[in-house]
Design a protein around this ligand. Structure first.
Ligand code: ZN
Length: 148
């Protein structure tokens, strides 16, 4: 894909999720509840999720405030982790973080991320990487807490 079209696709997707965040609500009786704050930009996210009896993430909801990148990343993440096990979600966090840190992904990793791959456009703006990662670090904290 030409970098120009990838760039406009990136902006389009970030704005779309920012204006119409998916799963923008906090779940009651959630099995997972985690909050994150990015002091560099003032972004906040609160993440809630329910697990079914097989340990699959059956429902996800978030609320937050902050810049477009932090909120759209959270919105996209809620869609990406739905119907995955905690172990799969954890793997997704790892791959996403590696991507943001500049690692070249192999095909399998790219396929696993799906449309989240577009967010690598954030790497052009290093100061924003923390914004994109906030929700993922918040999820990671929650998963580590579950594993205790
Ligand atoms: Zn931000």
């Amino acid at each position: 894909m030409a970098s120009e079209s990838l760039d406009s696709l990136y902006q389009e997707m970030v704005l779309d999720h920012y204006k119409k965040p998916r799963n923008f609500r906090l779940l009651e009786n959630a099995d997972i509840h985690s909050e994150g704050f990015n002091p560099f930009c003032g972004d906040r996210v609160v993440l809630t999720a329910k697990l079914d009896q097989q340990g699959i993430i059956s429902e996800v909801g978030f609320k937050g405030e902050g810049c477009a990148i932090s909120q759209s990343s959270a919105s996209m993440m809620t869609e990406a982790i739905q119907n995955r096990t905690l172990a799969e979600a954890k793997e997704l966090v790892t791959v996403f973080k590696e991507m943001m840190q500049g690692k070249m992904l192999d095909q399998k990793e790219e396929d696993g991320l799906g449309s989240l791959v577009i967010l690598q456009g954030v790497r052009e703006y290093p100061v924003r990487i923390k914004c994109a990662l906030l929700t993922w670090s918040t999820l990671q904290d929650a998963i580590l807490e579950q594993e205790k």
